[in-house]
Design a protein around this ligand. Sequence first.
Ligand SMILES: [Zn+2]
Length: 308
Amino acid sequence: MKPITYTKKHAASEKLAVRIYAMLSATDPKLSEMLKHGYVSDKNDFLSIRSVKIYGDGALGSRGAALLKPYHDDADNVGLLVTSKEKLTPLFDEILNHRFQINIHAIGDRANKIALDEFKRVFKSPESVLYSGKELRHRVEHAQVVQPSDIPRFKQLNILPSMQPTHATSDKDMAPKRIGNERLKGAYAWQQFLKQGSRVIAGSDFPVELANPFLGLHAAVTRQDRKNQPEGGWIPSESMSTAEAFRAFTIDAAFGAHQDKVLGGLQAGKYADFILVDEDIFTINPENLWKVKVLETWVAGKQVYKRL
Ligand SMILES: [Zn+2]
């Protein structure tokens, strides 16, 4: 059975253990067919498909991230676009014709710029209010190395920076070698996005990183690895407060998935999806955030996990 059919069947029979906000892949040969089919959802909000993941460029470690200027440690290399500019334009048009959300992977400053340019282009037409950033909550996945002059464009175009805090702590020794110090000014720049009023939505990027969100909260607040290195944190001016990080991982992540009315907080009218943990994350020493343990997990008011 095809994965989507399988997942839909399980969602319909309430057999999914967790909620899934799935993205169609822009490289799927059946993309057009799936877009025509329209949004997929079930009445209990266990499965929701209304977005497409586009692959803009590669990753920084392998020098595949598309940069505006050559790599600091490879003078002949500016990285690569996984989807060419020529292909990106009709792809954006087709996806937006069906009013799907666009989540485009962009790590390097060139990929980020091209993604923003595409959004700017499509938002020019009068009917674009129907598929604007405000309406469809489009995201740039990673927004890792951004030219500082492009950071305000995220706010102007209402594009959500979807960022994964553990990338900063995993990359802290590698990134300066790849891009040098100057370009670090717009790299893993959570606080610059927050200060301009962008809603930063956080995630793990599992399976590239571990799925445990407490590792993410720890990285977001300390900008340190789990050995608490470097002292004081890596580029500490970009670190988040615990409240900012918590928001990015909960209500704002739900916003980025069009689920903030039903998920992302404990409020009357929302699903009772919550966890019980062994520490108060707002009062413990942030160095210990990654050690927080989940005692119980509840989904829609039903206990689905208990730590023994
Ligand atoms: Zn990605």
